[in-house]
Design a protein. Sequence first.
Length: 326
Amino acid sequence: MISVVVPSYNEQEVLPEFFRRLVAVLDGLNYSSEIVFVNDGSTDNTLAAMFQWRETDPRVAVIDLSRNYGKEIAMSAGLDYANGNAVIVIDADLQDPPELIPALIEQWEAGYDNVYAQRTERDGDTVVKKTTAHWFYRLIQRVSNVRIPEDTGDFRLLSRRAVDSINALREHHRFMKGLFSWIGYPSKAVPYRREPRGAGHSKWNYWRLWNFAIEGITSFSILPLKIATYVGLTTAVIAFIYAFLVIYKTLVYGDPVQGFPTLMVVILFLGGVQLMSLGIIGEYLGRMFDETKRRPLYFLNRYLPARNSSEKYGEQSGNMPARNAP
Ligand code: UDP
Ligand code: MG
């Protein structure tokens, strides 16, 4: 069986068209299938549409999260509850064409566990976004040991063991691209053309992208901490040399009180370096704070399994913790 996980947040404009195209693709497969819709706290009619489709199509399962948690967690909830032998993660906004699914399945049949869709071109994106994205991938490859393939989003197929591996990683700061690579297993790229959004609007902007980049780096590398150490060391060495110079000058030429500019520069420089290092430590400390609380990743408002499934959990509601919570 193939499961398709669809995280959706306020997607009422595109969801009907998406569902129509997805169903058309699934009907043509030689596998039974399941569509796991995850409603990530939408405030429009997204959830109502999902419930309605579940009545008419026995393959539809609905997970209704207790609030908006963000795409990473919505996706993780879907992966937790997906029952398929292979699970496909796809955006609801039609930027990931459902028609690519047979090509993903083909590679899975060929033995790959992690079949990711790779964009051949990024039509909708500006030059600035393209170059910053490119540099981000180079950087993260440099600073961490995970190799994150470039121009790859979350659109992919995961084998059952890959899904189980992802589900075993319960961290709160979920940099999914990194996690998908971190679990390893044979991986394969399938090229595709990424369409502009069908309707509605993206929830991304540059501030969020910046934070996304920080998230990626701090989740997979402690290099910034090391940099802080070495910047500190270098500053200390320079400070020592300079101290000797000052003492020497004072001893040899006397001390005609001078050097206010030098003093200011030194104080400001040292202050800057210290605050920056503190900030870097703070980034990591904040993340440790979040992780050490060990809260469940999400709570469910309701879970309705697909009507054709032999789901052992059955229909549930209330504030259930994640199925795979340790
Ligand atoms: N999404 C979600 N929760 C959120 C934001 C987005 O589940 O808080 C879903 C959204 O419905 C869509 C997918 O994640 O299916 C990608 O969102 P978006 O198109 O905004 O991101 P982009 O394609 O610009 O990366
Ligand atoms: Mg999108």
